[in-house]
Design a protein. Structure first.
Length: 390
């Protein structure tokens, strides 16, 4: 099939949605599909083997952060214009649209009779609420209406977790839904060389003692401030934070100083995914402190593949994948996170057993081969739908 893949994101950046887009487009190309990937103009070059990467018109909006923003709203205008032009002239068999691109392109996909695959990586109305960008009012109402319209006029929907699958089925029960969880970014059985681990410890000036690792952006919904509050209650631990823009790192350093834990916080900044194995190797515990949300974070699958103990908040974003046999699930409070870190550090045999069961689950249900099988099954159905509509 000839697929127009719409991803209104900076590409490439090391964060959840661009990583998911990279892996999805590479998998589609490996299955023999011809993929044109349209993204925002911001971002680094990425190895998109077999994928033609296109960028929309650049606007002077600066960096586009994760989540809703005025910059993203502005960039959506030339992005959709470019998408419509290509849809009208590109002879595509399907359009695969991520996040708000699906909402905005749906009427044009109907106009040009091109089947729409709605990639529900998250719910845009929920993003608006969680970020505080729009908790009520016309923008939120418009997002909800556009989401309903796009779902009801999609040939198929692809989701990343059970809560999003349930949401699609509730709002558009006639639309075929394919649940395709994100793949891990590391080989679960490949350990980095010891000298690389020691070199990273020296580079980061890590002290002796247990290391809690967080990787990801520093947006409010991620709960990084909760991590800093929990660190106050676990005085022997140090916190390694991998990710965050320079501005976000500066802000979080100020937060750490205000809590008196700055000497036990190490900020590595953004690092390439290829360095994840060595970061996992220096960590004793991994943390996912999200305070709110429904979609399972991309990083959880990679955390499971690492074989390291995981402490995660007991909210739907985690509990639809994890349970008390595969992770330390805790309340989304500083006290809850601190209790999870102490349990993982004080009971290493239990922690290792949970980590091993988590990795077994990953390899059995969510490994790279299973990911590709799920995409192949979904697009076989899309291909049949496209053939019937042509």
């Amino acid at each position: 099939m000839r697929i127009l893949f719409l991803a209104p994101q900076p590409f490439f950046e090391v964060r959840g949605t661009p990583l998911a887009v990279l892996h999805m487009t590479q998998a589609l190309a490996a299955l023999g599909h011809e993929v044109d990937l349209l993204t925002f103009p911001q971002g680094e070059a990425a190895p998109t083997g077999g994928v033609r990467h296109l960028r929309s018109l650049r606007l002077p909006v600066g960096r586009v952060k994760a989540g809703p923003s005025l910059a993203k709203l502005a960039l959506d205008v030339p992005f959709v214009a470019e998408a419509v032009w290509r849809l009208a002239s590109g002879h595509y068999d399907a359009v695969h649209a991520v996040e708000e691109a699906a909402h905005l392109i749906a009427p044009f996909a109907r106009l040009f009779k091109v089947p729409l695959v709605m990639d529900v990586d998250s719910s845009i109305p929920d993003q608006l609420r969680y970020s505080g960008f729009a908790t009520r009012g016309p923008l939120l109402w418009a997002a909800e209406a556009l989401e309903r319209h796009a779902l009801r006029h999609s040939a198929a929907a692809m989701t990343v977790c059970a809560s999003l699958t349930d949401g699609v089925k509730a709002r558009a029960p006639e639309v075929p839904v394919f649940q395709v969880e994100d793949p891990p970014l590391v080989d679960p059985r490949k350990a980095p060389p010891p000298e690389a681990v020691e070199e990273l410890r020296r580079e980061l000036a890590l002290r002796p003692g247990p290391v809690v690792l967080y990787s990801g952006n520093f947006e409010p919904y991620q709960g990084v401030e909760l991590l800093l509050d929990a660190l106050v209650l676990v005085p022997l631990a140090q916190l390694l934070l991998m990710g965050g823009s320079p501005a976000d790192v500066a802000r979080m350093k100020t937060e750490a100083r205000s809590r008196g834990v700055s000497e036990r916080c190490v900020f590595s900044g953004q690092r390439p995914p290829s360095e994840l194995p060595v970061f996992f190797a220096v960590a004793d515990v991994l943390a996912s402190p999200r305070a709110k949300g429904q979609n399972t974070p991309f990083k959880i699958f990679t955390y499971l593949a690492s074989g390291r103990p995981l402490v995660a908040t007991r909210i739907p974003t985690h509990t639809q994948l994890l349970d008390d046999t595969t992770a330390f699930l805790v309340e989304p409070t500083p006290e809850g996170l601190a209790s999870g870190f102490r349990a993982a550090l004080d009971h290493p045999e239990d922690a290792a057993a949970r980590a091993a069961r988590g990795r077994d689950l990953l390899e059995r249900e969510y490994g790279v081969e299973r990911y590709r099988e799920k995409i192949a099954r979904a697009y076989a159905a899309v291909e049949r739908l496209a053939a019937r509509s042509s």
